[in-house]
Design a protein around this ligand. Structure first.
Ligand SMILES: O=C(O)c1ccccc1NCC(=O)[C@H](O)[C@H](O)COP(=O)(O)O
Length: 214
């Protein structure tokens, strides 16, 4: 029976890896627009990656507390299908971005404690999707893409009224267990399919997708 799990491969930098992710069965690819990240893309690079994506593969632009000028520049140049807001954007800012571009918005929320889980509700009626990730420590250089898991028990038997994606420290080895435990129908990975920060390993990308869809 075909799997109903959807996979997002985040932080791609090579058009061949976009094609590979699609062939292997990914539903989404993520393009990072955050200069401090080893996965950061220029607009021209991102445009080339978007061209490499076959129809049906959703192209997600990941930004961190971006202002309208940065969002406009991405939207004007790159054919994206969704925003991923990975900073401390307020529910009001999420609604504003949805209205301004008419694209679905996925809000990333970092969690470490039960209180963080409760805070997800602030976005549940506003964002189109939620990305539930490990919480980065205060002052960390990168708010995501750190390859660190959180305690999955925190989201077991949780319900939100929009689709959500499990992220943070997933790997080909642990993704099946994470899905079975949490009931997540969508999973996202970056570091767990890399051979070095920012360098995707095609074999790990394929292995992750295969394990998630199994
Ligand atoms: O990937 C980055 O460098 C990055 C930079 C700034 C904000 C978010 C970033 N990445 C988010 C992701 O790649 C994932 O959505 C998520 O955090 C899971 O990452 P990982 O634990 O590395 O699999």
């Amino acid at each position: 029976m075909p799997s109903d799990v959807k996979v997002k491969i985040c932080g791609l930098k090579d058009p061949a890896h976009v094609e590979l992710a699609a062939r292997a069965g990914a539903a989404y690819v993520g393009f990072v627009f955050f200069p401090k990240s080893p996965r950061n893309l220029g607009l021209d690079e991102a445009r080339e990656l978007a061209w490499a994506a076959p129809v049906g593969l959703a192209k997600v632009a990941l930004v961190v507390n971006a202002d309208d000028a940065q969002l406009d520049a991405i939207n004007d140049k790159v054919a994206i299908d969704m925003w991923q807001l990975h900073g401390s954007e307020s529910p009001e800012r999420v609604a504003e971005i949805k209205a301004r571009y008419g694209l679905p918005v996925m809000k990333a929320v970092g969690i470490a404690t039960r209180d963080d889980v409760a805070a997800i509700d602030l976005y549940a009626g506003i964002a189109d999707q939620l990305l539930i990730d490990a919480k980065a420590p205060k002052g960390a250089e990168l708010p995501g893409g750190r390859g660190l898991p959180f305690d999955w028990e925190l989201v077991v038997r949780k319900y939100w009224p929009c689709p959500w994606m499990l992220a943070g420290g997933l790997t080909p080895e642990n993704v099946g267990r994470a899905i079975n435990l949490t009931g997540a129908r969508q999973v996202d990975v970056s570091s767990g399919v890399e051979s070095a920060p920012g360098v995707k390993d095609p074999e790990l990308v394929e292995a992750f997708i295969k394990a998630a869809l199994a």
